[in-house]
Write a protein that binds this ligand. Sequence first.
Ligand SMILES: [Zn+2]
Length: 321
Amino acid sequence: MYHRVATPPCDPWDIAVSPENFAAHLEVLASLPRVISIGELGDSLRRGHVERSVTLTFDDGYLDNLECAEPLLARHGLPATVFVTTGGLRTGGDTMWWDVVGKALLHQQSLPPSLELGRGESARTWVMPEPCHEDLARWRAEPYGRREKKRPVPDRGRVYLDVYAHLAECEARDRELQIEQLGAWADSVGVETRPGRDERTMTADEVRTLAGRDGMTIGSHTQSHPFLSRVDAGRRREELAGSKRELQEVTGEEVVDFSYPNGDVPTTGAEEVARAGFATACTSRGAAAFPGQSPLAIPRLIVRDWEQERFARWLWQWGHG
Ligand SMILES: [Zn+2]
């Protein structure tokens, strides 16, 4: 499971792999006997017969998947699936909301003394500590997945995690409004939170282009990237069926593969995904898939920004564990 192939200045969730390291991973993958598409994996799981193989997926639908990852995949003839969040298709590409939070809170040394989000009784306020520059730089350089548990998170990092948790709980429309508030707050002190060209998700035209490239499959990652277990059944239906419909209109092909946002699988998730017309669904449970695994709850292993040797060792351990 990959997300971004890029080198953003700030990556608190450790989801970006540099183009150099990604190219090095592909050299290792190209030497394997079986790198298969998600559709082939789904068929194998349904037959109950899975040979040792690797399937590559990308979550969220960032533009760098088209501009950076796909050309490198094509060089090796490796197939991959990109799970697109459809919210940005109509709006000329979206900034994922957590990227706005990161840009607002972690990029700048000096910020207003407090942040208020929401209105009226549900408003929340955070006191904004001035970060020690070294602490913040170190925290950004050692993002989430690799951070040592014992090392203290700097105050500003703690505020970031708390604001993130608060917004993750909000309903989509409410979150949009609060993200706008956050953008205006950051703007008031000259902190830019609008996406740079390489920080947004793909537009409809870009998804269509990617879908036309050999070996690339487009899958759905919902419309608004919600925690699916926290929204009601009607809304879940629309997130699933609506995103499928939108992507089919864009690509002109049937979209039958799905990835659960935030790795959040509702108890009735598999049935709902099947009812919406999907044949496979990927979770973020960190494990390899074995025969008997439901194709509607395929576990995945997240790939970090490792150099070739570390990646190869990690892959070998999973393949032989
Ligand atoms: Zn996602």
